[in-house]
Structure formats: structure tokens, C-alpha cells
Design a protein around this ligand. Structure first.
Ligand code: TMP
Length: 197
């Protein structure tokens, strides 16, 4: 069973993931990962001039390594895996970055990013989407990097909404505009339900 947490910056996703650690016996992991691939990703997102296509492939390289080193071995051992961000983050964020990239000959950037992943990724069994509006997200995140600016987060939010529409059986939406304890309680309930399904 692979459960992922997704949401805009400032949605409280990492707080929920930390609370889940106290509740469930599982392998807790995250993307960007704690590896040199993850470090390369962090360097890229701090660079306003980074090439968006190169950035997609850095994030994707980190995902490939995460899958082979952590996720697939844990699933093969029968463990539950809970990941703070996963492939949907690429579909939402990098599709937003690539929407204005003139030298990429595709009509639908989100679909392109998804097709890059399809041959090798492992789709989550359940994805919890912590929903907040982009204005709150930008305010909470404090815009310390280019991915946290309001106009950009609006596009990322639209991409997430499209993913929810297209995968209603996988996604569960949690209203993350409420208090931390209400959000955490809902996330715990959703994961509990996924595990007993
Ligand atoms: P974090 O806030 O969850 O630590 O993620 C760091 C930033 O990286 C955040 O702004 C979202 C962004 N991100 C992507 O753009 N694509 C991805 O695939 C992942 C995993 C994160």
C-alpha cells in the first residue's frame, strides 16, 4: 500500500505527514529525497534561471532513485509507504513551469510529464490532497523560492484540480484551510480507511 500526500506549499502537508508517523507503522519518506539527487533538485529550485526542462528531469531522476532505493523494496517487504509528495507534484508543478516553455513541442504539458513517468513509476493507491487556495498558500509559504509565488501557485492549483477530476477513485480531498488539529484528524481517518479497504 502506497499512500501519498500532496498539496500546495503551506498546505500543512508535512505537519500531517509528521502526525501520521505517530499513528502508523509504515515507511515514511518524501520527495525531494534526502540524497544527492534531492540536493540537485534543491539547488535548481533556488535558481530563478534554471532551465525548466532540465528541472523536470532532475525531479524525475530523484523519483526514479526514490522508487528503486526506497519505495519498491519497502512495498516488496509488505510495508505501508507514506510519501510526503510524489509524482503528482511533478504533474502539477513542472507542468505549470513548462506551460510557458517555447521549445517544448507539446500541447499539454501535464500529460507530457505524466507520460514521462508512466513507463517506470508506481502509482499511489491513495493520495490525500490538502486543499487550500493559492492566496493562503503563497502567504503561508512566504515565497522563498520561485515555486511559491502566487501566479505560479494558481496554475499549480489548477493542475492539481485536474488530477483530482481525472482520478476520483485515488484522490481524497481534505479541506486544509481549517485548524491544524482538524486537518490532521481527517488525514489520519483517510489513511486508516485506506489501510482497512
Ligand atoms: P516541499 O515544500 O514539499 O519540501 O517541496 C519543495 C518544493 O519543491 C515545493 O515548492 C514543491 C516543489 N516540488 C516540485 O516542484 N516538483 C516535485 O516533483 C516535488 C517533489 C516538489
Amino acid at each position: 500500500m502506497l499512500v501519498t500526500l500532496e498539496g500546495l506549499d503551506g498546505s500543512g502537508k508535512t505537519t500531517a505527514w509528521e502526525a501520521l508517523r505517530d499513528e502508523f507503522d509504515a515507511v515514511f519518506t518524501r520527495e525531494p529525497t534526502d540524497s544527492w539527487y534531492g540536493d540537485a533538485v534543491l539547488r535548481s529550485i533556488r535558481d530563478d534561471d534554471a532551465d525548466p526542462l532540465a528541472e523536470l528531469f532532475l525531479f524525475t531522476a530523484d523519483h526514479a532513485d526514490h522508487l528503486s532505493r526506497v519505495v519498491r523494496p519497502a512495498l516488496a517487504d509488505g510495508e505501508v509507504v507514506v510519501s510526503d509528495r510524489y509524482s503528482d507534484s511533478r504533474y502539477a508543478y513542472q507542468a505549470a513551469t513548462l506551460a510557458d516553455y517555447d521549445d517544448l513541442a507539446v500541447d499539454d504539458a501535464l500529460d507530457y510529464v505524466r507520460r514521462v513517468h508512466e513507463p517506470f513509476t508506481r502509482e499511489p493507491d491513495r493520495t490525500v490532497y490538502l486543499a487550500i487556495d493559492p492566496e493562503t498558500a503563497a502567504e503561508r509559504a512566504g515565497a522563498t523560492n520561485k515555486l511559491e509565488r502566487l501566479d505560479y501557485l494558481r496554475r499549480v492549483g489548477e493542475n492539481y484540480e485536474r488530477l483530482l477530476d481525472e482520478n476520483p477513485e485515488r484522490f481524497v480531498r481534505v479541506d486544509a484551510s481549517r485548524t491544524e488539529s482538524a486537518v490532521v484528524a481527517d488525514v489520519v481517518r483517510v489513511v486508516e480507511a485506506a489501510l482497512t479497504d
